[in-house]
Structures are given as C-alpha cells and as structure tokens.
Design a protein around this ligand. Structure first.
Ligand code: GLA
Length: 359
C-alpha cells in the first residue's frame, strides 16, 4: 500500500513554477493505493467512486479524453517510462478521503501515489530528487503546467511542520508550526476542476508572469528580487509597464520569507496579515479569486480568524483559514453560520501530517 497526502498551501501562490520558495503543509488526508504487481504490462485500477480503468503500459502513452481521471494514471506511468523505461503493470484499488477539485492537490496526490505504487511493484527505489525530476513535468501530460509544490509537499512533508520548499536547488526545510496555531480549510463550493476550463486560465497566469520577467531582462525571478526592496521592484514594474503578475510574484516571494520568520517567532498577528495580503494580491493582481472565495475570506475574518486566503490554483476551490487553536470552534461555527447557512460539511480542520516518504 502507498499513501500520498494532499496539501494545503499556507502561502506562496503561483510562484513555484517561477522557481520561488513556497510554504505548504501536508494534510492528514490522502490517496491510498493497494496494489499487486503483475507479470505483464497491464495497469488495472478500480476506485469505488470513479469506476474501473485499464490500459497497457507502453512507451509513448498519450492522453485519453480530456477530464478523464485515467490521464492521471497515464501521467504517472509515462513519467516513469521517460526516465526508467516501461515496467510491469499492477492491479490496484484506490481509496481517498481527500475532496477532489478543491485546491487540495488531490490530482497531484494521485499521481504521486500511482508513481510510488508502480515503482514499488517493480522494486525500483527512487530518491526524492529523482521523483521531483519526473513528477511536475509528468503532470503536464494532463494539461496543467503547474510547478513542483504539490508533489514536494505530498512526498516530503513532516508531521507538525510546514514545508518550506525551495526549487533552485531543490530543498525542503521543515518549519515547526507553533502549537497554538490552527488552520481550517473551507470550501468555497465553487468547483475548480484542474483538467477542465480552469486549466487555460491557470496556464495564462503562468504565461503572464513569464512574459513580465522576460520584459525585465532578468534571467529568473530570484535574480530580479536579489538585493532589491519591494519599493524598487514596484518602481521597476511602473517604469517598464509590466503586467500586475510581476508585482504579485515578487511581493508573494517577500511574503513567504516573512511568513517563515513569523512562524519561527510565533508572531501569529503578522502571519495572519500576510495571508490577507496574499489573498488581496491574488484577487487584484492575478484576478484568480471569485466572489465566493472573497466572501469566504470575509466570513472567516468576521468569525475571529487572524487571516485567510484562497489556496491552490484559484478560480474556486478552498480558502485556508488561520486562527488561534483556542478560537477554532468559534471560527468554525462562525463560518458555518455566515457562509454555509448552518451546514458544517464543507470545512475541515487541517492538521500537518507526514508526506508519502516520511510516513
Ligand atoms: C496548483 C499547482 C501548483 C501551484 C499552485 C498555485 O496547485 O499544481 O504547482 O502552481 O497551483 O500556487
């Protein structure tokens, strides 16, 4: 059996694919795959909720119909094949307690779990670095040109900690979350299906950031930020008429740094303000929020949260809500009352769990 958790990103949104550090944590909710090795190349997978899928693992797999979850299974097989070649298939069953299409990375968790299942069935050991070489690109098979945050968080997180993930070079630093800090993940009920319409909008946000960087002449965002203040970067953006995406990326990078300091220093008020500033930047500069997410953030604050923001790719999905542990029920009940008209089904208490390779 392999188990790959989902993640909630605390801060650092839409910057992982620009090579900048992000701060997610793994959830105690995961995709689990029970598997048995086969002696041929068939991959046969059943999932209670989503039915049965079967295909032959051959070199050069191509996607099936857009939006079909088989693509995630194929993405894993194809990612492995690209590095190690085709192997034997598996008979597998999938179980999950991770809500799909909610910005909690159920799709990446599925690819991570499937990749680990296929490798283990074939007795192939793979290091974290090797997995990170193949997984983020593998997901592009499905059509979303995401970064490596979700896979790194699902693989390498540690219980009780947030994961500060750096990409250049790849590193994960485990930052202990102060005992008094608590997080809720609340669903906006606006579905953000990664493989559906949202993927073009997601990819467009990435392109806008890349294009703005190109106009500055810097080789990377890390180079643009190095040795410069937020004010200097603001002046640069104004002088060159850069798209607002540029300012989102650079200010979010500073917010991640400050958020890590706040966590180290147990400064919950600062951490809460950073979450709100991140949400405002995602809403106003990247325009990837939606009325439901904005209302959810407002409802969280009105209920006594210290901060809240949309989490994940955006356009719907969940908000992460931050509060003192002692205020958890007050904030929870306030949200149920203000946002969900009394129905508590769409909020989960997010506790930092271990990643797939640490469990
Ligand atoms: C999705 C992607 C991640 C990241 C976020 C936005 O979840 O899979 O790599 O880009 O969006 O921060």
């Amino acid at each position: 059996m392999v188990s790959a958790p989902g993640r909630v990103n605390l801060i650092g949104e839409h910057i992982d694919y620009h090579g900048l550090p992000v701060l997610p944590m793994a959830l105690r909710r995961s995709i689990r795959i029970h598997f048995q090795a086969r002696a041929d190349c068939q991959i046969r997978v059943s999932s209670g909720a989503y039915g049965h899928r079967e295909f032959a693992w051959t070199p050069g797999l191509t996607p099936v119909a857009r939006g079909d979850w088989e693509n995630y299974l194929r993405a894993a097989a194809q990612a492995i094949a690209g590095k190690w070649g085709v192997m034997n298939g598996i008979d597998a069953t999938i179980a999950s307690d991770l809500p799909p299409a909610a910005g909690l990375s159920s799709s990446s968790a599925l690819i991570v779990a499937m990749t680990l299942a296929l490798l283990r069935a074939n007795h192939r050991a793979a290091s974290f670095e090797e997995l990170m070489e193949i997984l983020p690109d593998g997901e592009q098979f499905v059509g979303t040109r995401g970064g490596g945050m979700d896979h790194a968080a699902s693989l390498a997180s540690r219980e009780g900690c947030a994961s500060l993930i750096e990409f250049v070079p790849l590193a994960v630093h485990h930052i202990p979350i102060p005992a008094d800090w608590a997080f809720l993940v609340a669903d906006s009920l606006q579905i953000a299906e990664k493989s559906g319409a949202v993927r073009e909008r997601y990819n467009a946000v990435r392109t806008a950031g890349t294009e703005a960087l190109r106009q500055t002449g810097f080789a990377s965002y890390a180079e643009a930020i190095q040795g410069r203040t937020e004010e200097e970067l603001g002046d640069l953006a104004a002088a060159k008429h850069l798209s607002p995406a540029f300012l989102h990326v650079v200010t979010e990078a500073f917010r991640v740094r400050h958020a890590v300091e706040a966590m180290h220093e147990d400064d919950s008020a600062l951490f809460g303000r950073l979450l709100l500033a991140s949400h405002a930047s995602l809403r106003d500069r990247l325009e990837i929020s939606c009325p439901a997410l904005d209302r959810l953030v407002d409802a969280a604050m009105a209920s006594g949260a210290l901060g809240a923001r949309l989490t994940g790719g955006g356009f719907g999905g969940c908000a992460v809500v931050f509060c003192h542990r002692g205020d958890l029920s007050k904030v929870h009940d306030g949200l149920v009352e203000r946002f969900y008209s009394g129905n508590p089904a769409h909020i989960l208490h997010a506790e930092p769990g271990p990643g797939a390779v640490n469990s």
